[in-house]
Design a protein around this ligand. Structure first.
Ligand code: DWN
Ligand code: SAH
Ligand code: ZN
Length: 405
């Protein structure tokens, strides 16, 4: 059994999705033959409770000059990050010479409000495709993987940071100890570190199985995050649930002993114990619900095909790679996938090779059904696609369960 990336105990596999391509490696036909596949298996560590991938693809394969996910693709996420930036600026930054560092800053969506306010900032973003987009918006970015040695260099050249932020980034990082040691070095004595990631409790509760893919190396609970940060003399001082990405948790972290620990922290730790998130039967039931979702979704798609109904996918998300390849969705069942990202248009979905086309093609001739791979942004999508519903189109969702809306 593989060793836990945090405590080195043997990890116990609990779900196997089979042979899987990389979620964001959208190939063109000349690249079909060279596609990279790995066995997508998630496991649980009984030593420190961290849920994690058993086989982790190399980071350079995933995060590079072709990385096609741009944070600015969701208007709702941009406003979520603007609100977070406001809270950090109001509550945690000194009036003079504040310095903010973001890990996994992508195209600069979260740092942009700091840049606009003239606040000293630095984004750390290894994928040059998106780092360049940040630079184009005048968000200062260094295109490197964050770790302890980069943290040391930043401190030497630019000083410690009053806020270190990582949204949907820590879950993407396999060398967690080096990264958390780096946060320890980088954070000013009274500074705050804000981490936000999908919450494993919500993944289980919503049967949001497609959050499991190559880039998501770890699936956090408060228990596992507390354990990790405590190893580096950092303490979780507050936790705030967030509705984004199907249910996330925001962790506010400081140097141990520097800030009072909110009651919510002790309460959630106790709740994670009582609801049995880490019991074998919880994992078994999750696996059963994933199979039930697959059976229901494939039956519905087959029925629609027999009825000659046109089905188009909505959002060539990272998550869709797991759904499509695990359940065996083919171009015969889903005609194409509509996506607003220019870098994905004209490519094909990883593994199954369903064409990815522009949103204009979706709007030009509405299909009978749209399969919502973007279920986490359902509110944003349904609000702007009212014309599709008026034209008689219906949505298919599959998280938390298969339903036609
Ligand atoms: O964890 C991660 C999160 C933060 O973002 C990364 N590993 C990668 C990415 O995950 P995702 O691809 O599942 O993210 P989204 O935000 O669920 O989907 C983004 C995709 O959907 C983009 O290709 C753009 C597309 N999109 C669209 O076509 N129409 C997005 C919106 C909001 C839309 O209205
Ligand atoms: N924070 C953004 C992007 C999330 S996608 C948002 O919430 O929308 C995850 C990002 O983390 C990618 O842009 C990826 O390139 C970056 N990343 C992966 N490993 C990293 C590392 N070691 N250090 C910094 N960023 C990393
Ligand atoms: Zn462990």
């Amino acid at each position: 059994m593989p060793a836990c990336r945090v405590c080195h105990s043997p990890v116990e596999p609990f779900i196997d999705f089979g042979r899987m391509p990389l979620a964001n490696a959208f190939p063109t036909p000349d690249q079909f033959a060279g596609e990279y596949f790995f066995e997508l298996i998630a496991g649980y560590c009984p030593g420190c409770t961290l849920v994690q991938l058993v086989n982790q693809p190399q980071r350079e394969r995933m995060f590079n000059d072709r990385y096609p996910f741009f944070s600015s693709s969701s208007v709702r996420m941009a406003s979520h990050f603007r609100q977070l930036a406001r809270e950090v600026a109001e509550s945690y930054l000194p009036a003079r010479d504040a310095f903010v560092v973001e890990i996994g800053s992508n195209d600069g969506t979260l740092l942009l409000p700091f840049a606009e306010a003239g606040i000293r900032h630095l984004g750390v973003e290894p994928s040059t495709s998106v780092a360049q987009a940040a630079e184009d918006r005048s968000v200062r970015t260094v295109s490197r993987f964050f770790d302890a040695s980069l943290a040391k260099q930043i401190v030497a050249e630019q000083g410690q940071a009053h806020a270190v932020i990582a949204a949907n980034a820590l879950s993407h990082i396999d060398n967690l100890h080096s990264v958390v040691a780096g946060i320890k070095l980088l954070l000013a004595p009274g500074g705050v570190c804000v981490i936000e990631d999908p919450y494993w409790g919500d993944v289980v509760e919503q049967t949001a199985f497609d959050q499991i893919y190559d880039e998501h190396a770890s699936y956090f609970t408060l228990s596992s995050v507390s354990y990790l940060f405590a190893q580096h003399d950092l303490a979780i001082v507050d936790v705030v649930p967030q509705a984004v990405h199907g249910g996330s948790l925001r962790y506010l972290i400081g140097h141990a002993g520097r800030r009072p620990v909110a009651e919510g922290v002790t309460q959630l730790l106790a709740k994670e114990q009582t609801i049995g998130l880490h019991r074998p039967e919880t994992f078994a039931a999750f696996r059963d619900r994933v199979s039930a979702t697959g059976a229901a979704l494939m039956a519905l798609l087959e029925t629609l095909k027999r009825q000659r109904q046109r089905v188009v996918g909505y959002g060539a998300t990272s998550k869709s790679t797991t759904t499509i390849n695990h359940f065996g969705i083919t171009p015969g069942l889903v005609e194409f996938i509509s996506d607003t990202t220019p870098a994905k248009q004209g490519t094909f979905s990883p593994g199954a090779h369903i064409p990815v086309r522009s949103h204009e093609e979706f709007a030009a001739a509405y299909p009978d059904r749209a399969l919502l791979f973007l279920w986490n942004h359902a509110a944003e999508v349904l609000a702007k696609e009212q014309a599709f519903a008026r034209a008689g189109g219906r949505w298919i969702v599959y998280v938390p369960r298969v339903e036609e809306l």
